[in-house]
Structure formats: structure tokens, C-alpha cells
Ligand binder design. Structure first.
Ligand SMILES: NC(=O)c1ccc[n+]([C@@H]2O[C@H](COP(=O)([O-])OP(=O)(O)OC[C@H]3O[C@@H](n4cnc5c(N)ncnc54)[C@H](O)[C@@H]3O)[C@@H](O)[C@H]2O)c1
Length: 401
């Protein structure tokens, strides 16, 4: 079956992890005929009840029981990062395709376990959603790949948000558990760079910032990522809720929703009023108040990105692509049609129903993890870390030079 066939055979999806990430994907799953939520695994009785009420399927308490269900084609894994390796490998061995949240894992050893399980199982892994699925990024990558503007030499990306002050589980702020912005948000930046540069990352020089002693965590990073085609990507992220780069997107937030320009300091103030932070985080998941906020009016985005090619600077935004070329300026509008995350379902459908290989594959997820890991190594040793591609050119080994 191809994507052009008119009859849609929905992917029957099982869910593992009914928290915040699932809530963010839920409108996309619900609004797309190419996918149907067919089961879930959760230890929470409250979530089991809420799931049965909303979807008409009982949620099981044991992930193994969900994976044994023959009426499930693929599994969406949205558990805490550290569980991804085990969850993904178990799902592959149970013959399911997998959509796993970013970051794929928090060590390259765990990522290698997943790429190995992909090879053995013949099933596929898609890592997503991530902001490299965003249409303006995809279209900008096509413009670069067309060669019209010459080779890409430099990509400058920055994003300043309130990440540090959103309600969190303790592990989300603990480096030992993949907490902080490097694995959480760097995974987006690295994925965007790989999409736009269109080549292998080969070196990383990076630094990590922990700027608020009242809330210790890796809340910022800045890194240079070198690619084999000569392109250099510069990525900077700060989650300290001072400057807000959504101002540069006409006050459209990361999820494509409108944001009040006068909401300065809100995350910090709200957190100060929270007594039980774990419960506050939990309440943003499924089966609780689960408020998803307003609907998107534009594409999702990940802050400011300027791509310098030989003959143009290209700037994708939530609303379109600005091109500052030798022969003049052009804006390509990209109005939102449907869900900003529809491309995640397109890739899932192509993999499960059309037998295609994923773009956001486990091998690519491995590279992403290796870059984030190398960023930490670089910071620890204050030197550039080289990534050496393996013989098949699909994964990377981290070495020091
Ligand atoms: N792409 C995005 O926009 C986005 C947004 C948020 C989170 N995420 C990613 O999603 C993942 C989860 O983050 P979150 O914010 O949703 O966390 P969360 O705490 O809100 O949700 C995690 C869920 O997993 C469940 N869980 C924990 N252990 C489990 C187990 N052994 N079996 C089954 N379920 C289990 C928890 O009960 C909870 O419901 C992380 O990897 C994060 O990086 C992605």
C-alpha cells in the first residue's frame, strides 16, 4: 500500500507513558484518521479508568501485556528518558514498530542497544516528535538540498525559554538521569542541525550552564557542531526565563500557539506558588486536569534559526521562510493546515503501512545522542570532541582529539 491509496488502514497504536508528552501528542493522534489509539499500559488506576472512558479500550497495568496484544501494530513510548532503552527493545522484540520520544536514550551505549535490536527485529524505530518534523524546517532543508543557494556553510540557532521553571519530576533536573536541557532540548537542536546540514556530525565543542543556585540543574548550553560537508552549526539554549525568543516569532510559542507578550516572569511566579512540584507536573499529564492550552495557529518552532548558504541566508519561522538572497528578499508563507505534528503520523504511517524506512530512524537517534553526549564530554574536558562515523556511516563513535 502506498500513501496515494485512497483507503486508509489506520495504524493501531499502543501507548506506554501517559504523561505530559502524551498529552501534547493526543490532539494529533485524535485528529488523524491514519492512526487509532488501541491500548495503553499504565500502573495508575486513575489513568486506566480515564483511558477506558475516553478510548473504549481497557488500559493494562503491565507493559508486557500491552506488547503481547496482536491488535497493536506500533507503540508510542513516552516514558522518562532512562526507560526508553528497555521499553523500545522490548517493543521491537515483541514485533512492534516504535515511535519513541526524544531523546532516544541518554547514553550512546543504550542507543547502540536499540540500533542492534532494530537490525535483529526487522521492525523500525522513529524518534519523535522533534522540531525537525516542523514544516518550515523540512521546507528549508529542501531549499538547501536543491542547491539553488549554493552550499550551506553555517547555521546559527538559539532559543531562550522558561524550561527550568516549569514543574518537573526531580529526575528532569538531574544530569545523572538525563535531566536538564542538554538531552531534553539539545536533542531538538541537534536534530534540526542534522536535517538542515544534510550531513554527518563529526565534531562538538560545547559548554553547559547552571546559573540559578536556588534551582540547580543544567539549564543552558552553547555548542559548535561541525559537519562532514564543512557546515558548522552553533546552538545556544537558555531555560532561565529571562529573555524569551518567542518575541522573535511574533509571540508564537514553541507549540505554534499565540502567546501574550505581557506574560513576562509567569513561569517563575507560578512555580513559587506550587507546594508539591511532582503533583503539579503530574497534573499536566493524562487523566488529570490535562489542560493543553489553546489550539495552534502556526507551525511549531524551536526558536531562531538562520542558515547561511553561499548565495542566501534562510530563516525558517513558525509562519514561513524568509530568504535573504543575492538577488533580493523573498518570504514563502507556510500557513498551518491541520495539526502541526501531522508529519509525525505521516512518517509512522509510511513505515508501518507502506514498509518504508524512517527518516528519523534509530541510527539517526544514535547520532543525536552521541552529539549530546559529546557536548558533555567537551564541557568536562574543555576540548573539542570528535565523532568518528562507523564503517556503514550510520552511527558514530565518540573519540577525543
Ligand atoms: N516532544 C515533545 O514535545 C516532548 C514534550 C514533553 C516530553 N517529551 C519527552 O517525553 C518523555 C516523557 O516526558 P514527560 O514530560 O511526558 O514525563 P511525564 O512524567 O509527564 O510522563 C511520563 C509517564 O510515564 C509513566 N511511566 C513511568 N514509568 C513507567 C513504566 N515503567 N511503564 C509505563 N509508564 C511509566 C509515568 O507514570 C508518566 O505517566 C521524555 O523522554 C521527554 O523528553 C517530549
Amino acid at each position: 500500500m502506498t500513501m496515494d491509496d485512497s483507503e486508509v488502514n489506520p495504524v493501531r497504536l499502543g501507548i506506554v507513558g501517559l504523561g505530559r508528552a502524551f498529552m501534547l501528542m493526543l490532539p494529533t493522534f485524535m485528529g488523524d484518521e491514519r492512526v487509532r489509539i488501541a491500548g495503553a499500559a499504565t500502573g495508575s488506576l486513575q489513568k486506566q479508568r480515564a483511558f477506558a472512558a475516553q478510548f473504549g479500550h481497557s488500559a493494562v497495568s503491565d507493559t508486557a501485556a500491552l506488547l503481547a496484544n496482536p491488535d497493536i501494530d506500533a507503540v508510542y513510548i513516552a516514558t522518562p528518558h532512562e526507560l526508553h532503552r528497555q521499553n523500545v527493545v522490548d517493543a521491537l522484540r515483541a514485533n512492534k514498530h516504535v515511535l519513541v520520544e526524544k531523546p532516544m536514550t541518554i547514553t550512546s551505549a543504550d542507543a547502540a542497544a536499540i540500533t542492534g535490536a532494530v537490525r535483529e527485529s526487522g521492525r523500525e524505530v522513529i524518534v519523535g516528535p522533534s522540531h525537525s518534523f516542523d514544516k518550515p524546517i523540512v521546507e528549508a532543508a529542501k531549499l538547501i538540498a536543491s542547491g539553488k543557494y549554493g552550499p550551506v556553510g553555517m547555521i546559527n540557532a538559539h532559543y531562550y525559554t522558561d524550561f527550568v521553571y516549569r514543574p518537573r519530576r526531580p529526575e528532569e533536573l538531574d544530569r545523572a538521569h538525563g535531566g536538564g536541557v542538554v538531552f531534553n532540548q539539545g536533542a531538538h537542536h541537534v536534530d534540526i542541525l542534522m536535517t538542515l546540514a544534510g550531513s554527518m556530525p563529526i565534531g562538538v565543542y560545547g559548554s553547559v550552564g547552571d546559573f540559578d543556585s536556588r534551582r540547580p540543574c543544567d539549564g543552558a548550553y552553547s555548542a559548535l557542531v561541525e559537519f562532514s560537508n564543512g557546515c558548522v552549526g552553533s546552538i545556544t539554549y537558555s531555560g532561565y526565563a529571562h529573555y524569551d525568543s518567542d518575541a522573535e516569532q511574533g509571540w508564537i510559542g514553541e507549540l505554534g500557539t499565540r502567546k501574550a507578550a505581557d506574560s513576562y516572569g509567569v513561569a517563575r511566579q507560578r512555580l513559587q506558588q506550587v507546594d508539591n512540584e511532582v503533583a503539579a507536573k503530574e497534573s499536566r499529564g493524562f487523566g488529570d486536569t490535562g489542560d493543553n492550552g489553546p489550539a495552534a495557529v502556526a507551525h511549531e518552532h524551536f526558536g531562531t534559526i538562520i542558515i547561511s548558504c553561499e548565495k542566501a541566508d534562510i530563516k525558517p519561522t513558525a509562519e514561513g521562510i524568509h530568504i535573504y538572497a543575492d538577488d533580493g528578499y523573498e518570504f514563502i508563507p507556510l500557513p498551518l493546515e491541520g495539526s502541526p505534528r501531522a508529519e509525525v503520523i505521516s512518517e509512522l504511517y509510511r513505515v508501518v503501512r507502506c514498509g518504508e524506512k524512517p527518516v528519523h530512524s534509530a541510527a539517526r537517534g544514535y547520532l543525536n545522542v552521541a552529539v549530546c553526549e559529546a557536548l558533555y564530554e567537551s564541557f568536562r574536558h574543555r576540548r573539542r570532541v570528535a565523532l568518528r562515523p562507523d564503517e556503514e556511516g550510520e552511527s558514530a563513535l565518540v573519540t577525543f582529539v
